[in-house]
Design a protein around this ligand. Sequence first.
Ligand SMILES: *[C@@H]1O[C@H](CO)[C@@H](O)[C@H](O)[C@H]1NC(C)=O
Ligand SMILES: *[C@@H]1O[C@H](CO)[C@@H](O)[C@H](O)[C@H]1NC(C)=O
Ligand SMILES: *[C@@H]1O[C@H](CO)[C@@H](O)[C@H](O)[C@H]1NC(C)=O
Ligand SMILES: *[C@@H]1O[C@H](CO)[C@@H](O)[C@H](O)[C@H]1NC(C)=O
Ligand SMILES: *[C@@H]1O[C@H](CO)[C@@H](O)[C@H](O)[C@H]1NC(C)=O
Ligand SMILES: *[C@@H]1O[C@H](CO)[C@@H](O)[C@H](O)[C@H]1NC(C)=O
Ligand SMILES: *[C@@H]1O[C@H](CO)[C@@H](O)[C@H](O)[C@H]1NC(C)=O
Ligand SMILES: *[C@@H]1O[C@H](CO)[C@@H](O)[C@H](O)[C@H]1NC(C)=O
Length: 671
Amino acid sequence: MKISPSFLLPILLFHGLNLVAFGAGDDQQFVFSGFSLTNLTLDGTATVTPNGLLELTNGTSQLKGHAFFPAPVSFRRSINGTVQSFSVSFVFAIHTTYPNLSCHGIAFVIAPSNNLSTALAAQYMGLTNIDNNGNASNHMFAAEIDTMQNIEFQDIDNNHVGVDINGLHSLESHSAGYYDKDGIFYGMNLISGHVMQAWVDYDGDVAQINVTITPIEMPKPVRPLVSTTYNLSDVLMEPSFVGFSSATGPINSRHYILGWSFGINKPAPAIDIAKLPKLPRLGPKSQSKAMEILLPLATATFILSVGAAVVFLVRRRRRYAELREDWENEFGPHRFSYKDLLHATDGFSDKHFLGAGGFGRVYKGILPKSKLEVAVKKVSHESRQGMKEFVAEVASIGRIRHRNLVQLLGYCRRKGELLLVYDYMSNGSLDRFLHFQGNKPTLDWAHRFQIIKGVASGLLYLHEKWDKVVIHRDIKASNVLLDNEMNARLGDFGLARLYDHGTNLHTTHMVGTMGYLAPELIHTGKASTLTDAFAFGTFLLEVICGQRPIKEDEHGSQISLVDWVLEHWHNGSLLDTVDPRLHGDYNVEEACLVLKLGLLCSHPCSNARPSMQQVNDYLEQDTTLPELASTLLNFNELALMRNRGFDPYIMPYHPSLVVSFGTISDISGGR
Ligand SMILES: *[C@@H]1O[C@H](CO)[C@@H](O)[C@H](O)[C@H]1NC(C)=O
Ligand SMILES: *[C@@H]1O[C@H](CO)[C@@H](O)[C@H](O)[C@H]1NC(C)=O
Ligand SMILES: *[C@@H]1O[C@H](CO)[C@@H](O)[C@H](O)[C@H]1NC(C)=O
Ligand SMILES: *[C@@H]1O[C@H](CO)[C@@H](O)[C@H](O)[C@H]1NC(C)=O
Ligand SMILES: *[C@@H]1O[C@H](CO)[C@@H](O)[C@H](O)[C@H]1NC(C)=O
Ligand SMILES: *[C@@H]1O[C@H](CO)[C@@H](O)[C@H](O)[C@H]1NC(C)=O
Ligand SMILES: *[C@@H]1O[C@H](CO)[C@@H](O)[C@H](O)[C@H]1NC(C)=O
Ligand SMILES: *[C@@H]1O[C@H](CO)[C@@H](O)[C@H](O)[C@H]1NC(C)=O
């Protein structure tokens, strides 16, 4: 009978990870890296421990144990053929109760039956008995790892490896150890408790038997420890069982097999050392086995799981932690849970990052319940000062609804951090359309004019139409967002207030963006609807000219966009400033209107600027724009003055800046 693949398949599945492969027909092989879930045929004291260790003897004296591969193995190609080459490898360890005493040993055995019930323990190692030891009718081959010197079997010492045929009188044996590649012998102590590996190789062509042992994790030495010749064709029955036998004598020991592999006509497959089960700790074995193994295991498991639970809860708590105080209850509907925002943005992952504004990073998110697309702005805020007022303001801002304002949906507060949730604007910010780098088509005139009217209408609402006056403080192209229909929506309004609360004038960081800052704002730091109008004027020019508010002139020096347009107006070439990317495809009347309105709004004297109501009227052409000449006379002089070196605009351009008041005070003197 041979191991047919159909027989082996269930075993293969059952063995799962431990079993690498079975060859078919003549090239049978298997490997067990640990014995969990294996179906070995066990008897006597042999057991497989829960962690997959094959324990042949269990520390009780005068007992034997066997473990056989469940199926018989064919060693010949045909019933009258010769025994083919085979190769065995196994990993073993011997644990002793007393430091330097052991009984008896382990043997790899090939026998006609897996029923060795008549064999004796102790020096017979569970292989034979007084009557049949050495009898050719045993048809038995064994490689013994013997830790006792038995005079009756002419053992050479109490620490040897031998080749046995039909009995325990070894055909050939050698003291335990290995030869290195230079042929130098290193002794090994079999009862050291260390894990060791053994190989048994038979060459059927020359009937040579080699046995080799090494400490674990050393490669197989080239030179075997024991090498002898014996024609196993004259010994083995067909088929035979392969397995291990072990026995204790008057002194008890534990004999372990950790891994095992076997191959016919090919080397034994490598045992996966990393997967091998752990040996029990060496030491006094006074406690019961259950206590010895289960108690530490249970304790460790308990501590680990409690620890893991605590870590999980703490991390979860920290991860989702928010700040919430009683006074916030009135803003309840505007409050988002941090957990929802975290899930909405995949933990604020880079994939969801939309951009960084003056106040913080913005992420796109999809709210878990409503599936609503939102933009979440993370604003860092160290001080708790003014937080209450600010949140109140956020809540009130949340009530502002206008088709040209980005809707604030709510907020969430964490330590040092405020999260603001807005409607998501699918087309992003306007500055990307105005100042794009690539070959994207630019915004056409109709869109630009529509956007300008939209922003003007939104700003009018903030300044004049809502319950309170809301000053935007940071009007610029990057704060104008475009919805899916390319409608302009002004974002970020009211946020600048965050930096005002609880700070005194001298340490205030002025909020705003260079090029959009009205002169009096730089001077006094006091924002008003008129400073918003100034920024709006610059914004108008930016949209029409397609230029940033601080541009480089033909000589490479920085010049404000307002001055540049003003210069063209003086020279009567105002329309030369219109964005060349429009290729002349624009409404001349509207372009003139917007450019002049931009100059008027950017007037250095705040009282010369129109209100947002007037701006809207001009844009709707309900009212005609006053002639610039009269109002700009004064303006012109100021411009000249600036050109003589008193220029607040000619400063390094920063997207969001911190201005110190000292540098600018000269100008106020000059004015
Ligand atoms: C060892 O096995 C034998 C037989 O299976 C059993 O009687 C004995 O109690 C076991 N000893 C230990 C220490 O488990
Ligand atoms: C284990 O092997 C025995 C005999 O070889 C067989 O009867 C039994 O069904 C096998 N069990 C499993 C789970 O494979
Ligand atoms: C093979 O062995 C059987 C008995 O096991 C014997 O009857 C037969 O003659 C043998 N055949 C050869 C070719 O030796
Ligand atoms: C075993 O070792 C102990 C010391 O550890 C020693 O006293 C004793 O004689 C040794 N016994 C044998 C049999 O070597
Ligand atoms: C093993 O063989 C003995 C007789 O030699 C027999 O009594 C016993 O039932 C057998 N055990 C098994 C498991 O077959
Ligand atoms: C060997 O065993 C066989 C059968 O078990 C028996 O007939 C024979 O007498 C034994 N030979 C010796 C020398 O004991
Ligand atoms: C046994 O070892 C010798 C070297 O001593 C080597 O030449 C031979 O191939 C080995 N045989 C087997 C079956 O490993
Ligand atoms: C082993 O013995 C068989 C007969 O039993 C014989 O055919 C074969 O040639 C022998 N092998 C060697 C290597 O001597």
